[in-house]
Design a binder for this molecule. Sequence first.
Ligand SMILES: Cc1cc2nc3c(=O)[nH]c(=O)nc-3n(C[C@H](O)[C@H](O)[C@H](O)COP(=O)(O)O)c2cc1C
Length: 137
Amino acid sequence: MTQLCRAIYISQAVGNAGSNLLSVAEILGVSERNNRRDRLTGVLLSHDGWFLQALEGSRTDIERLLTRLHKDPRHKNIRMLGFDPITERSFSDWSMGQILVTPRIAPLVSRQPLDALTAASAFALLVAAVAQAGAQS
Ligand SMILES: Cc1cc2nc3c(=O)[nH]c(=O)nc-3n(C[C@H](O)[C@H](O)[C@H](O)COP(=O)(O)O)c2cc1C
């Protein structure tokens, strides 16, 4: 296995891919199946036309998924915020957990424009959101 890493990216949802519950559920269903197979973990937040996703696993498996993600027409303008080695996973409970933007989470998310996020602030936001509300798996 290659180095354990965490990648964080933000992208723009195309059409209603981010806001339609069924289409998000479809993404999560496939993600859970594939990520379990590839020993990837992470969380996905969709909000206001944006996706913010953290992926943890071996560099090779994350790169393979990123290749698929870049071809996926349900989102565009993928901007990598970070792709760095880590010593342990922070989202190990979820093959892909959904962070629901509940009223408790909303202030965290709207505190900063999502397109101004850095790797550190995005990671902090996801960790805080999981701590407040948990992620749905
Ligand atoms: C925002 C977003 C996040 C996604 N996250 C994952 C993921 O974590 N794992 C995954 O396998 N596919 C994910 N997908 C789906 C992939 O782009 C791709 O459709 C899928 O991996 C293809 O799997 P298949 O070859 O088994 O059909 C995501 C798609 C979108 C739009």
